[in-house]
Write a protein that binds this ligand. Structure first.
Ligand code: CAA
Length: 691
């Protein structure tokens, strides 16, 4: 065995040279890995070996470039040097893939002459999720194998293609038995030698590109079909242009040059910086300073849910999907039946669940009107009406019924978890699990730590979140926790702006253009203006009251803040405009023209300021956790990183100056956070604040 460097070895199996990478956690293409590959291939090529197998130790084949190296100077051989060395090898190179060959990892594999994979492997070019494009020939080699349409789909979605499909697409040449990757790759290499197989260079294979030449409609149609999905993002367009360059360039090298230019544009831009920041933000959110990785976990084999409404049902589906049995308890038979029926319908309507899967999941679900049925559950989640007296009553009853050690969770979106826990004899077992609606779809889970919540309850909740496919963020107890507490700032300003002269559609447009999927008023129309509205108590005191009294209760009644045409398209409403103007006249205010800039600053800066207060009070561990909440739970555009990253982009000093200006004219709702003041005084950024 030759040790090429600390992460690479070169060994022999008979006539075959084997280069093995071992650079945990994911064999990313760091300077050391590139050096190992370069020197390894050089040495193997110069030896008397007949073929070379490239394989990785650990959980995966190369999972891409080392993202943490981006933005800095690259040391050692470049990825292109490595690829040239592989592609130009005088003997066949076989890449042996397990885990995930992603980004630069797949781009390396595409420079091997052949690829074999185990059935569980996946391959993909996910750079678009980092605001980038595959910048090591991926956009040039991929369409040469899979064709232009499939390449466009892969590079703009970033999806991971399962090995079996990769085989059908020609990305992989052979599947080998699971667990026997090296044996399979060696056998393939020996066959290649014995059969004198050609040294296939993907770069020379132009047939699939020829088929797309002179057909610009392929690209035009693709852009049109995906315009909504790509709105606001710069990376999808550059990915498309790079594939276009593969088709339209006279040579491979010319295409590569175009790819490089488009890649550099993205790499230098603010969007990719935000998306790369966000990649690490999501992973950081799992790290809780005082709850180490080796904290024991409580086994969760059965889950109980109180309340069969929309939230309870959606929450239940998460566990059923992962094979964990669920018991739902309701107070009324009709509500229980309805709730169980909705879950079944959701599965039946889902495009992903096959009929037998629906039946398997429904078989894990039971419903009851009997509280005692929760006695054998390891985790019980309360998802009933948002009233403290009701929650306290339920937790006092749960305390009597639940088995010792069971985790008692509330799905409250803003109530005090400590007060809820105080009615039990086991506050250490109580935690907040704030799911977002629809709970079976939305990725975010805000986990709320009470004053006495035990560390193993937190560790168990974080792990369980991952198991059910959620992105969890730990918050402290405060009204609305992280997400809703900040949202209330934006809602307040949106309502105030309307009373000052901006129309709901002006505000919605500004926030939509910023990158949110919709603005607050369109959102209210979608959710229903009558949430929390009681007809008997409504006396036309607010704009919403008047709208609801006129039966303009949102999209479901065909009118709300907006009018809706027969196709459901929203239009600014003269009715709403008149109601608003009447209110303004009544209040004696003088409406004024409000600029888009002011709308954005009034809606967003108070959120950043509130985020700073949340940090100052220790209710969020780090600024990036707040960003994870907003990107996953509230549609903050990921290409702007999240509110705190955006605060850094704008500059803490500018946010502070505006808050002070607003405070002077509009009062203490804009009082700056002490932390924001300190950051500015110290010349620091939110990203300088560590956990
Ligand atoms: N660079 C640096 N670090 C990486 C990394 C990368 N490409 N991919 C993963 N990591 C790190 C993570 O930050 C994490 O570190 P910590 O344990 O310190 O938090 C660790 O590896 C494990 O990652 P996950 O927690 O995500 O593990 P997982 O098993 O859930 O997922 C994965 C593994 C599917 C590979 C996932 O990490 C992933 O999707 N990684 C990114 C892949 C990617 O985008 N590759 C393209 C890179 S860009 C590129 O290649 C450009 C080019 O054209 C050359």
């Amino acid at each position: 065995m030759t040790e090429i460097n600390s992460v690479t070895t070169l060994t022999r199996d008979g006539d075959i040279a084997v280069i093995t990478l071992n650079s945990p956690p994911v064999n990313a293409l760091s300077a050391k890995v590139r050096e190992g590959l370069f020197e390894g291939f050089k040495a193997a090529g110069a030896s008397d070996a007949k073929a070379i197998v490239l394989i990785c130790e650990g959980r995966t084949f190369i999972a891409g470039a080392d993202i943490s190296e981006f933005g800095g100077a690259m040391a050692g051989p470049s990825l292109f040097d490595v690829q040239d060395m592989m592609e130009g090898s005088p003997i066949p190179v076989v890449a042996a893939i397990h885990g995930t060959a992603l980004g630069g990892g797949l781009e390396v594999a595409l420079c091997a002459h052949y690829r074999v994979a185990v059935p569980s492997a996946r391959v993909g070019l996910p750079e678009v999720a980092l605001g980038l494009l595959p910048g090591a020939g991926g956009t040039q080699r991929l369409p040469r194998i899979v064709g232009v349409e499939a390449a466009l789909d892969m590079v703009t979605s970033g999806r991971h293609v399962p090995a079996k499909q990769a085989l059908a697409m020609g990305l992989v040449d052979e599947l080998v038995e699971e667990g026997k990757l090296l044996e399979g790759a060696l056998a393939f290499a020996r066959k290649a030698v014995a059969e004198n197989k050609p040294l296939v260079k993907v770069r020379d294979n132009n047939a699939k590109l020829e088929a797309a030449k002179g057909k610009p409609e392929i690209f035009a149609d693709f852009r049109k079909a995906n315009a909504r999905k790509f709105r606001g993002f710069t990376a999808p367009e550059n990915n498309i242009k790079a594939v276009e360059a593969a088709v339209n360039s006279a040579t491979f090298d010319e295409g590569l040059k175009a790819e490089r230019k488009l890649f550099t544009e993205l790499m230098m831009g603010a969007q990719s910086a935000a998306q790369r920041y966000y990649f690490f933000a999501e992973r950081q959110a799992n790290k809780i300073p005082d709850v180490p990785d080796d904290t024991p976990i409580r086994p969760i084999k059965k889950v109980g849910i109180l309340g069969a409404g929309t939230m309870g049902g959606g929450i239940a589906m998460n566990f059923l999907n992962t094979g964990i049995p669920v018991t739902i308890v309701e107070v009324q038979e009709a509500a229980l039946e309805r709730g169980l029926g909705v879950i079944r319908k959701n599965y039946e309507r889902s495009r992903t669940a096959k009929p037998e899967e629906t039946e398997a999941r429904m078989a894990l679900l039971s419903g009851s009107l009997d509280f005692e049925k929760l006695a054998d559950c390891d985790l019980i989640i309360e998802a009933v009406f948002e009233r403290m007296d009701i929650k306290k009553d339920i937790f006092a009853r749960l305390d009597k019924v639940a088995k010792p050690g069971a985790i008692l969770a509330s799905n409250t979106s803003y109530l005090d978890i400590d007060e809820i826990a105080s009615v039990t004899s086991r506050p250490q077992d109580v935690i907040g699990l704030h799911f977002f609606s629809p709970a079976n779809v939305m990725k975010l889970l805000e986990i709320v730590r009470g004053e006495k919540t035990a560390k193993d309850v937190i560790a168990t909740s974080m792990k369980l979140a991952k198991q059910i496919g959620k992105i969890a963020v730990l918050a402290g107890v405060c009204p609305g926790f992280i997400g809703n507490r900040m949202l209330s700032q934006r809602q307040r300003e949106a309502q105030k702006l309307v009373m000052e002269g901006a129309m709901p559609w002006d505000i919605d447009r500004v926030l939509y253009d910023f990158g949110f999927p919709m603005g607050p008023f369109a959102m209210s129309d979608l959710a229903g203006l009558d949430i929390g509205w009681v007809k008997e108590n409504s006396h036309g005191e607010t704009i919403r009251d008047v709208l609801c009294e006129m039966d303009r209760r949102g999209q479901k009644t065909g009118a709300g803040y907006y009018d809706y045409d027969e196709k459901g398209a929203a239009k600014p409403s003269p009715v709403t405009e008149k109601i608003i103007n009447d209110f303004i006249v009544k209040s004696g205010a003088n409406p004024r023209k409000i600029s888009d800039e002011e709308i954005l600053e009034r809606c967003v800066y108070p959120m950043i300021n509130e985020g700073a207060k949340i940090l100052e009070e220790g209710k969020a561990i780090r600024p990036s956790d707040i960003d994870v909440v907003w990107v996953n739970g509230y549609g903050w555009p990921v290409y702007r990183g999240g509110p705190m990253h955006y605060g850094d982009l704008v500059g803490a000093d500018k946010v502070l100056a505006k808050m002070k200006e607003f405070q002077a004219t509009m009062g203490d709702a804009f009082a700056p956070s002490a932390l924001l003041e300190k950051l500015v005084a110290d010349g620091k950024k939110f990203s300088d604040i560590k956990a």
